[in-house]
Design a protein around this ligand. Structure first.
Ligand SMILES: [Zn+2]
Length: 312
């Protein structure tokens, strides 16, 4: 079990330009305090390298990468009403994407069967040419694209259980049949995409699964979508690598949405994914996305990592 992060990910602070921003450094600090208090659950910790420009440009045009770097170099600023990059955000963004890439390299190399990439800023809302929704680069998409472009992986299953639709990841892979993207998210909230009828386009038709749920939905509904719809579809896809866009804002205490999961719910979803992936012979890597109620976030990460390791 491998855990990737970097201290630079604690220095990205959207509150500098957008006061009271929920995506704050304390999120990662809370996760790491909870893990440290449990001897890191026996996981090996590794420092994330910087993602290279070659890695980032697997899914983002060079102009987008340059624009984010120039904004940070010039002292930073708000990109939209809820997305910010400051001077320290460039290094954080490189380490956040780099954590997902390094985890993916290690998993594909067989160094571990499960991994967790704890980076900030998060990634799944970042579209190819547009930072949005607290996200600058789409970390999980960069990692999935890396696995296929450079590591010899032919099929990647990306499961996005963040309460918000992973519009960036969906957009990046919507025309591809080598990445199966499945998302469970609260319908009708940010970013507004992810309708059930959207199943991909062109050669990617059928390789996008959107499962919107209503406000107030509980674990049972999420587990049913996962076990009855998503995992059987993933089994037919025969993935060689599983990446989880692991947001924890479907927790009942989260201030940004109205779903009613508990920390243990994320553990149960992770366990179901782990068992399925074992059957496929595929390693599983989770990449941190959202989650804004600090104790709930930390407990949910602990539950997820414990379940991935099979020590829950
Ligand atoms: Zn979210």
């Amino acid at each position: 079990m491998l855990y990737f992060s970097h201290p630079a990910c604690l220095l990205h602070d959207p509150g500098e330009g957008l006061p009271g921003h929920p995506e704050r450094p304390e999120r990662l600090a809370a996760i790491e305090a909870a893990l440290a208090g449990r001897e890191w659950l026996g996981w090996e910790r590794r420092e994330a390298p910087r993602a290279s420009e070659e890695e980032l440009t697997l899914v983002h045009p060079r102009q987008h990468v340059d624009a984010i770097r120039e904004l940070c170099e010039q002292g930073g600023g708000a990109i939209d009403v809820d997305t910010y990059a400051g001077e320290a955000s460039w290094e954080a963004a490189l380490r956040s994407a780099g954590a997902a890439c390094a985890m993916t390299r290690a998993l594909v190399a067989g160094e571990a069967k499960v991994g967790f990439s704890a980076g900030r800023p998060p990634g799944h809302h970042a579209e190819p040419s547009r930072a949005m929704g607290f996200c600058l680069f789409d970390n999980v998409a960069v990692a999935a694209a890396l696995a296929i472009a450079e590591l010899g992986v032919e099929r990647v299953f990306v499961l996005d259980w963040d309460v918000h639709h992973g519009n960036g990841t969906a957009e990046i892979f919507r025309r591809r049949d080598d990445v199966l993207f499945a998302s469970i998210h609260q319908g009708g909230i940010f970013p507004g995409s992810g309708r059930r009828e959207d199943t991909g386009s062109g050669p990617g038709e059928g390789f996008t699964i959107n499962c919107p749920v209503a406000a107030g939905s509980e674990e049972g509904e999420w587990m049913e979508l996962l076990e009855v719809e998503i995992l059987p579809a993933a089994a037919r896809f025969e993935p060689q690598l599983v990446l989880i866009s692991a947001g924890f804002d479907a927790h009942r205490e989260d201030p940004l949405a109205e779903c009613r999961l508990e920390a243990a719910s994320f553990g149960r979803m992770a366990a179901a994914v782990r068992v399925a992936a074992e059957g496929w012979g595929a390693p599983v890597g989770a990449v941190l996305e959202g989650g804004y109620a600090l104790p709930a976030l930390a407990e949910s990460v602990v539950a997820t990592m414990s379940a991935l390791a099979g020590t829950d």
